[in-house]
Structure formats: C-alpha cells, structure tokens
Ligand binder design. Structure first.
Ligand code: COA
Length: 332
C-alpha cells in the first residue's frame, strides 16, 4: 500500500520578538502570570507588511534547498491558515507564484489550530492517489487579528510558518499510519472573529467595534482542549496497538503548557518524549506542529523511522491526531 512519507521539513519565524515584558507595557499583565498560566515567555511577530505567504515562502524555499527538490517538480501546495494574505486569491496561489511552482495546483484550508492535521490528511490522500510531491504548509500571522488592548488573547499567540514535503513510499518503516480527526461546530462561539466575512462584511462600524480581532472564551476552550487532545492521543495509540513507549516524539499543539501536560500525562509520555517550545513562540495556530517537527529533526531528537504522534485542538471546535513514521529524509 502506498503511504505519504514526510521526506523533509523546514520552518520560519519572523525576526521580531515580543516578550512578556513588552506586553506588560501594552496591557495589564505580567510575566509571572503569563508564564505560570500558559508557559509562554516570548513570541515572534511579523514585520509590517509581512504576510502569511511571505513566511511560507521562506519556509518552503529552505525546504526545497535542503531536499534538493525543484519548485517545478511540486504537484500541489496545501496551506492551512486562518490568516490568509487576503480573502482571495488563496495563499496557496500566492506561494505557487512566488516560488515558481509552475506545475502545481493548490488551495487553502481553514482548520484553525488543527489546520495542519487536516492539511496533512489531505496531502496524504493526494499522494496516495498519484501525486508525487506535495507541499503541506501550516502558517498563521496571528498578530494581524489580535487586539493588543485585550489581555485575555494578545498574550497567547505568535506568528510563524512550517512546511513539509510529502512523497509516496511503499516502505512500511515510513509514512503516515493513521489519523483521527474531528469537528464539533457547536463550539464555534468560544473562539472566532466576528467581522470581515459574508455574515458581517467589513464596514466602518465593524472596525470601530473592533470586530476584526480574535475573540475567545479561554476557560471553555481550555476545558475542551485538555479533555479532547488527551483523549485523541490515547485513542490513536490504542487503535494502532502502540503504547507510549513506542513513540519517538509527541508533538502536541502549543496553545498552553497546562493543556500539553494533561495530554502528555494521560497518554503516559516522559518529558523527553514531548516537544515543548511554547515558551519561545506562543501559539502560532496552524504553524505549531510543523515548526515543532522541524525543531525535533534539527535537534536530532528523532531519526528516520521513528514514530511521531501529532495532536491538536482549536477553533471550530476542531481536533485530532496523526500517527506517522518520520522520513526517509531527503538530502539535497
Ligand atoms: N494577565 C493577567 N491576568 C489575566 C490575563 C493576563 N494576560 N488574562 C486574564 N487574566 C485574568 C482574568 O481576567 C481573570 O481575572 P478575574 O478572575 O478577576 O476575572 C483571571 O486572570 C483568571 O482568568 P482565567 O480565564 O480563569 O485564567 P485561566 O487560568 O483559564 O487562563 C487562559 C486563561 C486564556 C490562559 C486559558 O484559559 C487558556 O489557555 N485557554 C485556552 C486558550 C487557547 O489555547 N486557545 C487557542 C486555541 S487551542
């Protein structure tokens, strides 16, 4: 059976760093509160005019350089994001043009913090049905939709992009093994952006009412995320007859260190098995999983063939997990 293998990964975060101490100057908060409640110390913020396609192009260019793949060999580009450059054309189309992927088609996908999982599943299906090289990107410019007068939300998020190259393999030691993916739209009122869509198009009134910013009921999201991200991590291992010890690395969505701790504990992982980088980047929404994978590959915390477990929870509600064996990594 053909499986989609992740044969390369790269990421990019903007240069500018916004620390908790910087935020103390913007809203009524403090470093101690943010660190103890979330685990975040700093986050990277896009430069003025730097959009999701720009960050993605930086990550994809690095990915192509390192894997030796040429842009015109790419069959498709899938971009998971809730902060596209604009409503249309798609960010995928903008990236396709900027990198010169002349043979590729592609599209954007809105799955919020679970977006990269949904995109990885989609890319994997394309590979299983004949595509040879698919680029899957998780990117968000959260700073573009954050209200920096709202301490409940502006402290949580950062900007960043990650990209993987998917190629077919018939070797059972590599590739995507299984997924569990969910949507529960009844949670839509816990995390959303009010205006700018067809329900409430942008107007002077919507801008004055600050309706182009993210709104969140943090406690509700926290409760569901802690429960569902932990459960789905346990379930996918059980379904595939693996135990926690079999896993090389657990890469959970980086929304809150306390949510990650619950999932890691429930699934039975040691600290060494868990990727934790929320202190440096905050929540980059669709970016967290590929940025995390890039980090563990570069730090050689995993090698080709190791079992990787991704899990995420986000707006929608959306959540899920994907289990795979990393590699074979391609060196350009
Ligand atoms: N600095 C200082 N105090 C703050 C604050 C901040 N940045 N943000 C909120 N507070 C205050 C609240 O106003 C509240 O005060 P009150 O009790 O006087 O009303 C108090 O701290 C406790 O708020 P609470 O919401 O209970 O805190 P919490 O422990 O739940 O942590 C979040 C808040 C947002 C960190 C937490 O709910 C969370 O992480 N939720 C999930 C968010 C998420 O990950 N979303 C992305 C999609 S997965």
């Amino acid at each position: 059976m053909v499986r989609a293998a992740i044969t390369g990964v790269a990421s990019y975060v903007p240069e500018k760093v916004l620390t908790n101490f910087d935020l103390e100057k913007l809203v009524d908060t403090n470093d101690e509160w943010i660190v103890s409640r979330t685990g975040i110390r700093e986050r990277h913020i896009a430069a003025e005019g730097e959009a999701s396609s720009d960050m993605s192009v930086k990550a994809v260019t690095k990915l192509l350089d390192e894997t030796g793949v040429k842009a015109d060999e790419i069959d498709a580009i899938i971009v998971a994001t809730v902060t596209p450059d604009m409503m249309f054309p798609s960010t995928a189309a903008l990236i396709q043009d900027k990198i010169g992927a002349t043979k590729a088609w592609g599209y954007d996908l809105s799955g919020a913090c679970s977006g990269f999982l949904f995109a990885l599943k989609s890319g994997s299906a394309l590979v299983q049905t004949g595509h040879k090289k698919v680029i899957v990107i998780g990117v968000d410019t959260m700073s573009s939709i954050l209200d920096y007068t709202d301490r409940n939300t502006c402290i949580l998020f950062g900007d960043g992009a990650g990209a993987v190259l998917l190629e077919p393999t018939e070797d059972e030691n590599f590739g995507v093994i299984d997924d569990l993916l969910f949507v529960d739209g009844s949670g839509g009122d816990a995390l959303y952006m009010t205006a700018g869509g067809s329900r409430k198009p942008a107007s002077h009134e919507t801008v004055d009412a600050r309706q182009h910013y993210l709104v969140q009921d943090g406690r509700s999201v926290f409760k569901r995320a802690s429960k569902d991200m932990a459960q789905v991590s346990v379930d996918i291992l059980k379904k595939n007859n693996f135990t926690a010890e079999d896993v090389g690395i657990f890469i959970p969505h980086q929304a809150n260190k306390r949510i990650i701790d619950v999932a890691a504990q429930k699934a039975g992982f040691t600290n060494e098995q868990v990727l934790l980088n929320i202190d440096k980047y905050g929540n980059t929404t669709a970016g967290t999983l590929p940025i995390g994978l890039d980090e563990v590959v570069r730090e050689k915390r995993i090698k080709d063939g190791d079992l990787v477990l991704f899990a995420a929870f986000g707006a929608g509600y959306t959540w899920g997990s994907i289990l795979l064996r990393y590699g074979p990594s391609k060196k350009g």
